[in-house]
Ligand binder design. Structure first.
Ligand SMILES: [Zn+2]
Length: 99
């Protein structure tokens, strides 16, 4: 059994998006390095291909239990949006079935 999870919502991944390694600025002052492809479940994959980054951010927020109107949640949501934007900039190809 693989313990890999969707990089967007922690669900069961069905596909992956090739992505170049990059150092994320989204989580400053923490340094986060993204390495290798990003995994996605079927729902997140649909949203990625549809370009629905707002819904993807909401799904990520729900996973970490901060899906509310607090200041902390809004800051976290913005960080997620930046992180996903960085993914878009470093993505190198089309979705592939998970191996
Ligand atoms: Zn997902």
């Amino acid at each position: 059994m693989s313990d890999r999870v969707c990089d967007f919502c922690n669900g069961v991944p069905t596909c992956e998006y090739p992505c170049a390694d990059f150092d994320s600025l989204a989580w400053l002052p923490d340094a986060i390095e993204s390495t290798g492809p990003w995994l996605a479940c079927s729902t997140c994959s649909f949203l990625i291909d549809a370009g629905d980054w707002s819904e993807l951010a909401d799904r990520a927020l729900a996973v970490i239990g901060k899906y509310n109107e607090s200041h902390e949640a809004l800051v976290m949501r913005n960080r997620i949006l930046v992180f996903h934007c960085e993914f878009r900039e470093h993505r190198t190809g089309s979705m592939e079935p998970v191996r």
